[in-house]
Design a protein around this ligand. Structure first.
Ligand SMILES: [Zn+2]
Ligand SMILES: [Zn+2]
Length: 366
C-alpha cells in the first residue's frame, strides 16, 4: 500500500508541474503510460547519445528509486566509451552519484523513506559466492553489479538501486563533497592495501581527483608529512593547488619512496614508480590502465628489495567509512568536485572532445 501511495504522490507532483522539466509520456507495450527521462547512453564502444529513456521503476522489494542530483565524471566512463570488456552495452554510465530517495520498495521502506538524501555505492556483490563469503566482495563471481558499467548508472534523472547501496547523508552536506563518496571509498581500499606509516615517504603519480584524495587522506588525516604528487599537466597542478595540495610538481623527486601510488593508469608512471622504491617498498596500482597495458618490472630489484606490487580494485567495505570521513572532514574534501557541467558537456568530455586538465572532478547536476 505504501509503495502505491508513494508512486501516486510522485506522479501527482509530476502532473502538478513541480517535478522535472518537460518529460513527455508515452504508451508502453501494454498500453500503460510510461514516463521518460533524459539520460546519457553509451550505445556501443565509440557511440554516445543523450536520449529520452523510460524511467526506471521499482521492481523488487529492496529497490529504491533515486532522483539523481549529482553524478561525477570518471576516467572509467571514458574507458567504457572506448570499449571495456566488463561493460554492458547499451549502458547509462556514471557510478559516482548521490541523490534524493523518490520511491522505495516495500522492504527498502524499513531503512529509507521518500525525501532521504543518499550517496550511492554503485557496486553490489552477491554475498553468497566463495569470494564473497571469504570477504573478497570486489571479486564476486556471481554477477557483481557495477552500476554505471554493467547496469544503468547515474547520468540520468533517475536511477534504480538496491537499498544496500544507499548511504544516508545529512541535508547540509555540500553536493561537491557528497559526490566524492564512491571515489573516496576506492581510495580508502587502496590506502588499506598500502599500509602506510606516518613516517614513510610517499609519492603519488597523477594529480587528478584520485591523486588529490590520496594526498589529502595521507597528509591531513593520517599525518604523513613526506608526501608529494607528480603531475605532468601544469593546468592540473594549478587545479590541485587550488584544492589545497601543497606538494605537487612536474618532476619526479630525487631519492627513494617507501610507497608509490600509481594514480594515472600510465605505464611510464608505473615503471618510474617501481624504480624509485626503497627496500620493503610498495607500489599500489590504482589508476586504471588500458586493458592490454604491459609494464616492465626489474625482477632482481623486486627480489633483493622485497618490493610489493599491489592492485586496488573498487571499494570493498569502505563506503561507510568514506561517507563518515566526508562528514567529519567536509572542509578538507571541498574544492575537489566543484566544476559543474551539463549533460551535453559530459558527453563531450567522455568523447574526448573537451579538455579535462583544467579541473579535478567534473560533476553533472540534475
Ligand atoms: Zn570512478
Ligand atoms: Zn559473490
Amino acid at each position: 500500500m505504501k509503495i502505491l501511495v508513494l508512486v501516486t504522490s510522485r506522479r501527482i507532483s509530476w502532473h502538478n508541474g513541480t517535478g522535472r522539466s518537460s518529460c513527455p509520456l508515452k504508451h508502453g507495450p501494454a498500453g500503460k503510460e510510461e514516463q521518460l527521462m533524459k539520460a546519457l547512453v553509451i550505445e556501443a564502444p565509440g557511440s554516445i547519445e543523450i536520449r529520452e529513456v523510460v524511467d526506471p521503476e521499482i521492481k523488487k522489494e529492496d529497490d529504491v528509486l533515486i532522483r539523481v542530483t549529482a553524478c561525477g565524471i570518471c576516467g572509467t566512463d571514458i574507458h567504457i566509451f572506448g570499449g571495456l570488456k566488463s561493460a554492458r552495452y547499451p549502458v547509462v554510465p556514471g557510478h559516482e552519484f548521490c541523490g534524493v530517495v523518490e520511491v522505495v520498495g516495500k522492504r527498502a521502506a524499513e531503512k529509507l523513506k521518500e525525501g532521504d538524501r543518499v550517496v550511492v555505492d554503485p557496486n553490489l556483490s552477491c554475498f553468497q559466492c566463495e569470494a564473497c563469503r571469504e570477504g573478497r566482495i570486489n571479486h564476486c563471481t556471481n554477477g557483481m553489479i557495477n552500476q554505471g558499467v554493467n547496469l544503468d548508472g547515474g547520468f540520468a534523472e533517475f536511477a534504480r538501486v538496491n537499498v544496500k547501496q544507499c548511504y544516508r547523508i545529512s541535508r547540509d552536506m555540500p553536493e561537491d563533497v557528497a559526490v566524492l563518496g564512491e571515489p573516496l571509498s576506492c581510495v580508502l581500499h587502496g590506502l588499506d592495501k598500502a599500509e602506510v606509516f606516518p613516517s614513510e615517504r610517499v609519492v603519488v603519480f597523477g594529480g587528478g581527483p584520485i591523486g588529490v584524495l590520496i594526498y589529502k587522506c595521507l597528509h591531513t588525516i593520517m599525518g604523513v608529512s613526506d608526501i608529494c604528487i607528480v603531475e605532468i599537466s601544469q593546468e592540473r597542478i594549478n587545479a590541485a593547488r587550488a584544492a589545497g595540495v601543497e606538494s605537487i610538481s612536474d618532476t619526479i623527486p630525487q631519492g627513494e619512496a617507501d610507497v608509490v601510488f600509481e594514480a594515472c593508469g600510465s605505464v611510464e608512471a608505473f615503471e618510474s614508480g617501481i624504480r624509485m622504491l626503497a627496500p620493503s617498498g610498495r607500489l599500489v596500482q590504482f589508476g586504471v590502465p588500458v586493458e592490454d597495458a604491459i609494464g616492465r618490472v626489474p625482477l632482481y630489484e623486486i627480489y633483493r628489495k622485497e618490493i610489493s606490487i599491489v592492485g586496488s580494485f573498487v571499494n570493498p567495505f569502505t563506503m561507510k567509512r568514506s561517507v563518515e570521513l566526508l562528514l567529519v572532514y567536509q572542509d578538507l574534501f571541498s574544492g575537489i568536485a566543484v566544476t559543474r557541467l551539463s549533460l551535453e558537456e559530459a558527453k563531450s568530455v567522455i568523447r574526448g572532445e573537451m579538455a579535462t586538465s583544467g579541473f579535478l572532478k567534473a560533476v553533472v547536476s540534475f
